[in-house]
Design a protein around this ligand. Structure first.
Ligand code: F6P
Length: 338
């Protein structure tokens, strides 16, 4: 059999470990051939690909980013949605001309949706969920998330000492598009005093009250972790800058903001992410050998499994108020701003 593999959407630590997991299992265990499609679905349209052999698949386990390149361009999806049949036929023709038996799509929500649409064209597809945001429906965790949480937690740790030296409120804005998973996990692991998630919203008076109560107890410094997707009174813009202003006005304590940004996405994957990527990649290849297509691999309650792409497509996994980390955080006195 011959497998095509691509990465699409924002990069994250662990994509290369997944390419290795799929590729080496395919080559060494199942005797399959592997082609790396470059820059996501665009590569399939442009026939931009490279053969992946032993040499290309070496040295990937701990390497950040993706050796195949990735793209947020969605020409393929737009084409599918507008019913551009000429190009759609070209996609099917390219898949056949490459001699592919399956296309493995490594990506987040958008990619899984496209993968489902591709499967409806009659092509064999397997999805592998990736994103630092951890918001792909149907899997407990995506690789990239654990690495991002480590980086964000270290950043919060570093803010503690400077916050207490200056008696300041330090606000750290963390990634996650619409989902607050990184903010919740890193906020709790870093001991943030206030954790603000896009899913829960925020009442600024409650935030200021928490900070002032801490000051009354002899702790005139605080750490506020906020998810980039938080909307304050529907105002667009960086929540960290907005909070910085509102907290300073409301508490008269000096504030500083940090927007951690793409640092959370770059660099080497954590050990957990390397192993998750390796397991998902191996499982995906085994599914291909069994001709189980149209599915996304996932980790559910610690076990690697799969579910139909149809069940994943178009959904997002968000933090809910009954999350045990939120419940436990509240018992410790952490404010969630509501
Ligand atoms: O989806 C991953 C992510 O890093 C989000 O957390 C963030 O909102 C977005 O990508 C940033 O995208 P870009 O790298 O295209 O600016």
């Amino acid at each position: 059999m011959k497998i095509g593999i691509l990465s699409s959407g924002g990069d994250c630590p662990g994509i290369n470990a997944t390419i290795r997991g799929v590729g080496k299992t395919a080559l060494n265990h199942f005797g399959m051939e592997v082609a790396g499609i470059r820059y996501g679905f665009q590569g399939l349209l442009n026939m931009d690909y490279i053969p992946l052999g032993d040499k290309e698949l070496s040295g990937l386990l701990n390497l950040g980013g993706t050796i195949l390149g990735t793209s947020r361009e969605k020409p393929f999806r737009q084409m599918l949605e507008s019913g551009d049949s000429g190009n759609l036929q070209a996609v099917v023709r390219n898949y056949r001309d490459l001699g592919l038996d399956c296309l493995v799509c490594i990506g987040g929500n958008g990619t899984q949706k496209t993968a489902y649409q591709v499967s409806k064209l009659g092509l064999n597809v397997i999805g592998i969920p990736k994103t630092i945001d951890n918001d792909v429906f149907g899997t407990d965790f995506t690789f990239g998330f654990n690495s991002a949480v480590h980086i964000a937690t270290e950043a919060i740790d570093r803010l503690h000492s400077t916050a207490s030296s200056h008696n300041r409120v330090m606000i750290i804005e963390l990634m996650g598009h619409k989902a607050g998973w990184i903010t919740l996990y890193a906020g709790m692991a870093g001991g943030a005093d206030v954790i603000l998630l896009p899913e829960l919203g925020c009442n600024i008076d409650k935030v200021n009250e928490t900070i002032l109560n801490r000051a009354k107890k002899g702790k005139p410094y605080s750490i506020v972790a906020v998810g980039e997707g938080l909307k304050l009174d529907g105002i667009e813009g960086s929540p960290a800058s907005m909070l910085s202003k509102l907290i300073c006005e409301g508490t008269e304590i000096e504030t500083r903001e940090t927007i951690l940004g793409h640092v959370q996405r770059g660099g080497n994957p954590s050990a957990y992410d390397r192993n998750l990527a390796t397991r998902l990649g191996g499982y995906a290849t085994e599914m291909i050998s069994k001709h189980q297509f149209g599915r996304m691999v996932a980790i559910v309650s610690g076990r690697i499994t799969s579910l139909p792409l149809k069940e994943v497509a178009g959904k997002t996994k968000l933090v809910t108020p009954d999350n045990d980390l939120i419940l436990q955080g509240k018992r410790l006195g952490v404010s969630f701003g509501i």
